[in-house]
Design a protein around this ligand. Sequence first.
Ligand SMILES: Cc1cc2nc3c(=O)[nH]c(=O)nc-3n(C[C@H](O)[C@H](O)[C@H](O)COP(=O)(O)OP(=O)(O)OC[C@H]3O[C@@H](n4cnc5c(N)ncnc54)[C@H](O)[C@@H]3O)c2cc1C
Length: 468
Amino acid sequence: MADRKVDVAVVGGGLAGLAAAEVLGRGGVGVLVLDENPRPGGQYLRGGRGAPIGWADRVKRSGLAMLDRLPRQAVEVRNRVEVVGIQPGFELLAADGGGGIFTIEAKRLLLATGARERFIPFNGWTLPGVLAAGAVQVLIKQSGVLPARNTLVAGAGLFLNAVAGDILKSGGRVAAVLDEAPLRRRMAPLLALAGQFLKLAQGGLLLARLLSAGTRVRHSTRIIAAGGEGRVREVTAARVDRRGGVVSGSEAVFPASCLAVGFGFTANTELAQLAGCRMVFDAALGGWVVAVSEELETSVAGMYAAGEIAGIGGAAKSLTEGRLAGLAMLRRMGTRPGGGPAPEASALLRMRRRQIGFARYFNAQHTFEPDYMRRWVSGLSDDLVICRCEEVRLGDVRRAVAAGFDAPAGLKKATRCGMGICQGSTCKMILLEVLAALTRKPLARIPLPSVRMPVKPVALGVLAGDKP
Ligand SMILES: Cc1cc2nc3c(=O)[nH]c(=O)nc-3n(C[C@H](O)[C@H](O)[C@H](O)COP(=O)(O)OP(=O)(O)OC[C@H]3O[C@@H](n4cnc5c(N)ncnc54)[C@H](O)[C@@H]3O)c2cc1C
């Protein structure tokens, strides 16, 4: 018997989850939104009203307005709650911030768990002062803390410029943004973005702001190593050719008291996997994502997925998909007079198609061909730690693969990679990419490792029901 019963439970209080909750609440359906963060809004609204909003940032304005007008009589948002499991019958197992554990049974479920950053390791990436680009943004937006005066931003993709912009806005200095992807990739598909004037304007303005602040923006540039006694002091980077090889003699050293790194995003699919939803691999949507219908229903009837979990594509797409999922659930629950699709659904569907166009452009900025990745991985040294929790090194993985462990499940058991306290949240994608490179298989043919409850670290006492 569940501790709580609701019409719809939404996991994830980001733009997608909140947009669905708003639509459902207005339709008279009771919704419980569960989110692990201290405040609703997910990654995009993390700074709340305190964070500056650019003139072109329509999505942030809509998101904040949506938060204000959530129909609170129907929608309850609970923050600091981690959903750690799903059982048959749409029963969620949740751990609240106070150390309690409870279950929720829902008639319908929406998974809107968003995405996390993707990493590719390099020598010195575990040094203090080397931070995830997203973590730097969280420190700035959520806590008003600038990790260092001088930061180097590196990795791959459009997010790097956004983080560099946030650092500048907070009074920090960014000597350079080093991006693995070539400049031509940024420019070539711009035509695909025709009609998305605001997006182009935002990107152009951001770049102009970086350049006018003296930040160098270098493409086709790889981080080779972060170095320093006890913490990062300098970063060595080098140019890469079209095939993913380092151009010899191109190494340059950048002084830095902080290195913010990120290589794009990957969907938070664990709960969906646990629930038995079908996954698909689509490089244009950011790799492994939850397969959904046009109405955002997963392969499990009555379970929906919206936002980054169904395809990495940015804030606007998450907002649209949340609304679509909300409308679809309303229709299925029979609360719409007439029962047909809502009139606004077709406009939202058109918008979603356009936004998926942007998603393809976005993901292309941090996705590299299999041969390119093979060359990249072959240049990494054996003593590189790839799983920090269990201190598994690349050499351990290479030896295990050579011994025949050529699938994630076996590799995990052979090396313990991904079996530590973070449960693979950082190393899972690294392991898959390394495995693809070593076995010369496309990433699409490397299955996601299986998932077990609890999907997030939770103390045994909490699971056992001990009260704090
Ligand atoms: C670190 C980071 C920074 C980003 N910064 C930007 C940016 O500056 N600009 C931009 O355009 N895009 C940014 N993005 C992309 C951004 O996530 C999306 O554009 C948009 O916010 C996605 O909305 P969403 O609702 O799909 O997911 P999210 O906003 O990620 O919301 C998902 C929510 O679900 C919560 N959650 C996940 N699993 C559980 C669980 N098991 N239990 C409880 N809660 C859970 C998450 O903590 C999060 O609050 C960022 C992404 C990341 C990962």
